[in-house]
Design a protein around this ligand. Structure first.
Ligand code: PEP
Ligand code: MG
Length: 622
């Protein structure tokens, strides 16, 4: 059978109604941001998709309805897909959901340090580290009535708010905070806001009902999103409520803040925020993190009955202390802490383009793990010394990119860096492509993954290699094969590469070929591989999974990524290889492990790009 026919056979075409069970594995539950992202993806399919849980069935496009199911960690729901694209939708959404759960990591509770202030201190949980000294200002809003907006009706106000949120979403640069605006827009797009509203009271009722639905659930912190939305809609109707804030530095004391209020304070001389209620995972907390505003939650009222007139308050979010009436020694201590923090932050970021050497002069290269052109540009801007892992499968997630599209993307990325490692498609296991039918397997993590799939169905591999070769333009590029477990696989993959180059008459003398070390069998055959490959890169994520026989996405079973067993495996690897070697799994970015990795001889670490400046600085301190 010709390869193209085979590929066509693999492509799914028959739409059939299907049902899948999905389980919430994120410790945050299925909360607003992932729900909104999920609902947004659902809309892209020509299919009717519903969610069934707790004896209720809701449309998978309706954010508030899904939210009101209050699905927590360990709960499951059934996803029903019916219609023309049901099969594609089911396959894509299952995958997308699992990815969302993985990305939605538990919020790290900032580690607090001990501090001894002389004056009494009020202790709280740290949202964002930092130290601020300024007068305390109590939360106060002022209502502004704008008569010029009287002509706008409620429907128009809702539409304008949706437009505003969409623009905020598009204009934000990156990160979790952008999803907040998308989540809020999705709420307003749900059918409960499609009815005809006769009055503001009518609108109020709908908001109050939704708040009522979630106020006693794990998602009660999202009540502020409904309040925020109401505020945004009302402002288009001429009823504006804004925070009253000084022009001079201040520390804000509030019960809780709405996301839009965090935006407002971020544009002022704010030195810190003290919240008397709220949670570390609320949208206000996420935004405080993204604006890096020192903040603490105390979970109790402060200065309830007094006038709250404190002209010199210390907020030390590094230790969790709030000192309302500090002594002059306390003030000196806080000031010197402030200076140190500023110096440290400035130092690592401003030195991100400089090479990182240990104190003894050993150069360690910090490379980036990237997924596409945008992440490559971010990596460049974050000071990456090169790309240690280009996970190309991310270019393939929605649909198969054409040869030309691949060439364009690869070329643009190759031009950005002198040192680049591109990994051929790594699908299978937890990474499936909606348009490719991998034969059903009982244990996908032990099945047609990575190079095994590419060798089983070579069409995609051949096209990808051709795109890489055409894009490389004589430049030195490292091509890496994933999930290699036997030397025969590497040999066959390399032969495919040479056949492609010969068929298209492309000189690939500058292309290097290597493998990921992520299957334990390779460790037992290092000497054999060492003779054949040009380089190695260790995927500690999969290596850990296969060493411990614990699925990396398992909701209950977890392995410590810095376990001494992994460290011993890394030691065996470095002692038995002579070719250039790097680490590109998560372990490469865990700073507690950095001294040990360097000590063993690992001097190429590939990490997610936002970790680069501080990892470089850590290396300089070793
Ligand atoms: C790994 O397994 O450690 C790795 C870097 O690859 P991925 O996480 O993409 O499987
Ligand atoms: Mg891997």
């Amino acid at each position: 059978m010709k390869p193209m026919n085979f590929l066509k056979k693999l492509l799914k075409t028959t739409p059939t109604p299907i049902k899948s069970t999905l389980t919430i594995t994120s410790s945050n539950g299925f909360h607003m941001r992932p729900i909104a992202k999920f609902a947004n993806e659902v809309k892209k399919f020509d299919a009717t998709i519903t969610i069934e849980a707790k004896e209720q069935k809701v449309q998978a496009t309706q954010v508030p309805k899904i939210l009101s199911l209050a699905l927590e960690t360990g709960d499951s729901f059934i996803l029903y897909s019916v219609g023309e694209e049901a099969k594609e939708a089911d396959s894509y959404l299952k995958d997308y959901f699992n990815k969302l759960m993985m990305e939605d990591s538990k919020v790290e509770i900032a580690k607090q340090e001990d501090e001894n202030y002389q004056a009494p201190s009020i202790y709280g949980d740290t949202i964002v580290k930092g130290v601020g000294i300024a007068p305390l200002v109590k939360y106060k809003t002022i209502e502004i009535v704008d008569d010029t907006k009287k002509s706008v009706d409620i429907k128009e106000a809702i539409d304008l708010t949706k437009e505003e949120l969409l623009n905020l979403y598009k204009d934000s640069i990156k990160g979790e905070e952008t999803q907040i605006f998308l989540a809020q827009k999705e709420i307003l797009s749900s059918e409960i806001f499609e009815k005809e509203f006769k009055s503001i009271e009518d609108l109020d009722k709908v908001f109050n009902q939704e708040i009522e639905n979630i106020k006693d659930t794990k998602f009660k912190s999202k009540v502020s999103d409904y309040k925020d939305l109401k505020k945004r809609v009302l402002s288009y109707l001429g009823l504006k409520s804004v925070l009253k804030l000084p022009n001079t530095p201040y520390i804000l004391l509030a019960k809780d803040l709405l996301p839009s209020e965090v935006n407002q304070i971020s544009k002022t001389a704010i030195k810190g925020v003290i919240l008397e209620e709220g949670s570390l995972t609320s949208h206000a907390s996420i935004l405080l993190r993204s604006f890096n505003i020192a903040s603490i939650i105390v979970n109790k009222p402060i200065c309830e009955n007094s006038s709250c007139n404190y002209p010199n308050v210390i907020i030390d979010a590094n230790s969790g202390d709030i000192i309302l009436e500090p002594t002059s020694r306390d003030l000196r201590k806080a000031e010197s802490k402030q200076k140190k923090i500023i110096l440290e932050n400035d130092k690592s970021y401003s030195k991100r383009f400089e090479p990182s050497r240990t104190k003894s002069g050993r150069k360690v290269r910090v490379l980036a793990n990237i997924t596409d052109v945008n992440s490559a540009k971010e990596a460049k801007d974050d000071g990456a010394d090169g790309v240690g892992l280009f996970r190309t499968e991310f270019l393939f997630t929605k649909s198969k990119p054409s040869l030309e599209e691949q060439i364009r993307a690869y070329r643009e990325i190759f031009e950005l860096f002198d040192d680049i490692t591109i990994r051929t498609l790594d699908i299978g296991g937890d990474k499936s492509l909606p348009y490719i039918n991998i034969p059903k397997e009982d244990n996908p993590f032990l099945g047609l993954r990575g190079i095994r799939f590419s060798l089983y169905e070579k069409t995609l591999l051949k096209e990808q290699l051709l795109a890489i070769f055409k894009a490389h333009n004589g430049k030195r590029v490292k091509v890496m094969f994933p999930m290699v477990s036997q030397k025969e696989e590497f040999r066959r993959a390399k032969r495919v590469a040479f056949d492609v180059a010969r068929e298209h008459n492309i000189d690939i003398s500058n292309i290097l070929f290597g493998i990921m070390i992520e299957v334990p069998s390779v460790i037992l055959a290092l000497k054999v591989f060492d003779k054949g490959v040009d380089f190695f890169s260790i995927g500690t994520n999969d290596l850990t999974q296969y060493l411990f026989a614990i699925e990396r996405t398992h909701p209950i079973l977890k392995v410590d990524l810095t376990s001494p067993i992994i460290i011993s495996a890394l030691k065996i690897i470095i002692d038995n290889t002579s070719k250039p070697i790097s680490i590109c799994g998560e372990l490469a970015g865990i700073e507690e492990a950095t001294p040990e990795l360097i000590n063993m001889g690992y001097t190429n670490l590939s990490v997610s790009s936002k970790l680069i400046p501080s990892l470089k600085e850590k290396i300089r301190s070793i």
